[in-house]
Every structure is written in C-alpha cells, then in structure tokens.
Design a protein around this ligand. Structure first.
Ligand SMILES: Cc1cc2nc3c(=O)[nH]c(=O)nc-3n(C[C@H](O)[C@H](O)[C@H](O)COP(=O)(O)OP(=O)(O)OC[C@H]3O[C@@H](n4cnc5c(N)ncnc54)[C@H](O)[C@@H]3O)c2cc1C
Length: 427
C-alpha cells in the first residue's frame, strides 16, 4: 500500500480524482462489518492519503525561509498559489462541471491542514482559502450561467477573490450592516465601508454582503441583505491595507466603496436572502479554519520537539525534563482531540447532516489548541523562540487569527450554550 500511495502522490488532483471511484468502492467495502453495518473508520482512506502526500510534496518546495521572507516583505505568495493552481488543487470543492474536483470538505480540510502544517501556516492557508470554499454561495445558490462565468476562473487560479462582510460599525452583529446596494434599472449601486477584508489588495473579484432593504422595513435584522459576486473595480473601491500583527503576506484591509455599479446578473440568488446564503457556508468555513489551526499547531509542536531533543543544558537534552515534556505532550493530545472533532464535523457536513455544534466546537478547540502549541513552542525554545530565525514567533502571531476570525470564542460559547444546551440567548 505504501508503494501504491507513493506512486499516486506523483500525480496532480485530476489523476487522483479519476482513481477515486475505484478506491471509494474498496474503502466502502472495508468500512463494513460482517453484519453489514458501516463501522466508524478513523483512518484516512487510501485516496485521502494520496491527496495528503501530493499536497505535502508541493508544500515541500516552499521552505521555512520562503515563508519567513514573505512575512518580512509582505509580498503575496504568488509562486505558492501558482504551484497549487497548476496541479488543480484550487478547485478542490468546486463542482466538476465548473472546472473543479467536487471533493468533500473532509478532503479540503486534509489539504488545508497539510498546507499549514508544512510551515506555511496561515500565510499559505489564507492565500488560497477563498478559492477553496469561498464561492460556496455561488456553487449552491447561483444560476447555471453564473456558475459557468464565476467558478472556473477561481478553480483554475486565474482569478482571486475576497470576501467582504465585516463592517466597522457592525462587528459580529451582521444585522447592523450599513453598506447599501440600491437598485437602479438593470443594476445596483453600492456605497459603504467594510473592514478586515483579506486579499483585497490582490483580488479581482469581491463577494460582498450589502443591505438592500432598510432594517426598519424587515422582520428580522438579518433579512433584507443581498449577496453580490462582482468585479472589484478600483475606480470605485478604495482598498487601504491595515498594518497588522502577523500574516503580512496576506493583506487585510479597510475597503471604501463609492458608487460601485454592479449588474443585476451579479446578484447571487434572491434579493434580501444574502445572509441565509452566507450562513450556509459558515459551518464548512469553520471546519477549514479548524484544520488550518491544527496544522499550524502541529508545525509548532514539530519544531519544539526537535529543539527539545537537540538543545543540551545542565548536561542533558532539555526534552529529558518533564517540565518540558509534559506541556508538549498536552499540546499533542489537545491537537489530536481537536482533529477528531474537526473530522466529525467534516463527515457530518459531507453526509448532509446538521453539523453546527461540531463545526463550531471544532473551530473553538482547534484555535485554542493551535494557539497553545505555538505558545508552548516559544517557551520550549527559551530566548531563541523570540528570534525570527526559529519561526515559532511567526507561528504564534498567526495563531491569533483563527481565534478571532471568522467568529470569536465568546460567540461560539454563546452558540453552544443556546443551541446545544438550550439556555436563554444572552445577547
Ligand atoms: C486577520 C483577519 C482577517 C480577517 N479577514 C476577514 C475577511 O476576509 N472578510 C471579513 O468579512 N472579515 C474578516 N475579518 C473580520 C473578522 O471576521 C472579525 O474581526 C470577527 O468576526 C470579529 O468581529 P469584530 O472584530 O468586529 O469584533 P466585535 O464584534 O467588535 O467584538 C469585540 C469583542 O467583543 C466580544 N463580544 C461581542 N459581543 C459579545 C457578546 N454578546 N458576548 C460576549 N462577547 C461579545 C467579541 O467576542 C470580541 O471579543 C478578519 C479579521 C482578522 C483579524
């Protein structure tokens, strides 16, 4: 099996997908007990292992020094983006009819975990995150003509897109969005401001949530919002980069929109139902962010463990001390536990089952475990952990991102308390 896996890993995603059907039958047969009941299988399938190997091979071409350099100069990792695009990886979740590979969120999560764990961290994962799942509202709610127009360039990497929801005066309260899209004949005119919009410096397109019906005229504050996927026309959209703590290679921005004309055919689905469409993609997005946080935590743990074996103080490797071993062992367990929750959520989503509690729990657990692993990695390195050369300080700065975005730990706890435990809504 090992040889077979190695052989498969030499191909791009196209070859892998065509072999998938045969492997799927094989693994389906393996997953059945004698009584015919499908058993829980914690192992990755042969196909998934091949996918992981193939992505690992691409990531291995981008060294820690490459990512450190991008963290210094803030340049978008274009070579990395192109390498994944060239082998067809950017369309992993996009339907085959529109240039993608139509794989599940479980496979996309394996891919994103592999990218982050390679040492690319969030600089690598965020560079392609939007291509992987960002256009889900178009794939699910777009018309056939829209899908034919919008999805293939994202699957091939020919176009980059950004996702514009957050606003300075609304924060997590999406119902308070103020950016307006006004209908004028066969077009809409958008005015307003967004904040924290990642990749807006390099994006060709923008998926944007705007208000089309004033909040006073709707039943619920989240009604009356509409979703557009449209050209980021810089004559009407000013993009101002935010100087931030980490992930300098993938920009985040203030975006000011002044009279942006959008053809009506760029509206996704029905007017006024945009929030509902965004909501549909939130669980899989949390699953992917969880996978990325776990990958980053594993990269940190790998570096810390290697250092603990090498560094000799008081005549022995520091890793021989329980005070160094135990926090590392704890990080391993917490990352594994988060990984199981993440894979449960991905499995539920791919089966078409409700996955809100598992997806939110996975995002929370993975972000906290990833952060703890990065922090522990610095402490294991002592003073050297504070030097950029050892990479773990960069990881720690990036590990704050999945804690904050796309939703904070507090709001996830509120969700679990209310929706799972049945406690009264607190906000
Ligand atoms: C690096 C980065 C990249 C990002 N990229 C994007 C992007 O591409 N597109 C996009 O649209 N957005 C993006 N975001 C925005 C991100 O999703 C938001 O920052 C996040 O949703 C939190 O919103 P906020 O910052 O406005 O926090 P606020 O809503 O102002 O909340 C501030 C704090 O108060 C807490 N809080 C608020 N209400 C309650 C309550 N009822 N109970 C308990 N605690 C509460 C929150 O948990 C949080 O800790 C990005 C953010 C970062 C940092």
């Amino acid at each position: 099996m090992r040889v077979c896996r190695k052989r498969l890993a030499n191909f791009g995603i196209g070859t892998l997908v065509s072999r998938r059907a045969a492997l799927f039958v094989l693994s389906a047969l393996r997953g059945r007990t004698r009584s015919g009941v499908t058993a829980i299988d914690f192992a990755l399938s042969e196909f998934q292992l091949s996918l992981r190997d193939a992505v690992d091979k691409i990531c291995a071409r981008f060294s820690d020094d490459y990512w450190l350099q991008r963290d210094r100069d803030g340049q978008f990792p274009e070579e990395f983006y192109r390498a994944l695009a060239a082998d067809g990886w950017l369309g992993v979740c996009i339907p085959q009819a529109y240039g993608g590979s139509a794989l599940g969120i479980a496979e996309a999560a394996i891919m994103m975990e592999a990218i982050a764990a390679s040492g690319a961290g969030f600089s690598g994962a965020s560079a392609v995150h939007m291509n992987i799942f960002g256009l889900n509202p178009v794939a699910v709610y777009g018309s056939d003509a829209q899908k034919r127009r919008m999805l293939p360039p994202i699957a091939s990497g020919a176009e980059k897109a950004c996702f514009a929801v957050t606003e300075p005066n609304a924060g997590l309260e999406t119902g308070k969005l103020q950016t307006r899209a006004e209908r004028r004949g066969d077009r809409y005119v958008i005015n307003g401001a967004k904040i924290w919009i990642s990749t807006a410096q390099v994006a060709d397109k923008m998926l944007i949530l705007t208000r089309t019906t004033p909040v006073e005229q709707v039943r619920k504050a989240t009604d009356g919002l509409s979703l557009f996927y449209t050209a980021l026309d810089r004559r009407h959209v000013e993009v101002r980069e935010i100087e931030k703590m980490g992930r300098k290679a993938v920009d985040s921005n203030q975006v000011f929109i002044d009279g942006l004309e959008v053809p009506a055919e760029d509206r996704i689905g029905e007017e006024g139902r945009g929030f509902e469409y965004i909501l549909h993609g939130m669980n899989p997005e949390r699953i992917l962010i969880a996978a990325e946080a776990i990958g980053l935590g594993r990269a940190a743990l790998r570096r810390a463990t290697a250092y603990a074996k090498e560094r000799v103080v008081f005549g022995r490797p520091i890793g021989q001390n329980q005070a160094i071993q135990h926090p590392l062992a704890e990080c391993w367990m917490e990352l594994e536990a988060a990984d199981l929750m993440m894979r449960k959520a991905a499995w539920q989503y791919d089966q078409g089952m409700p996955c809100g509690p598992a997806a939110n729990a996975a995002k929370y657990l993975a972000a906290e475990a990833g952060f703890k692993a990065c922090q522990t990695a610095i402490m294991t390195h002592g003073g050297y952990g504070y030097a950029k050369e050892y990479h773990v300080e960069r990881y720690l700065r990036e590990s704050m991102i999945p804690r904050i975005a796309p939703v904070t730990p507090q709001l996830i706890l509120c969700f679990i308390a209310e929706k799972v435990l049945g406690l009264p809504k607190s906000y």
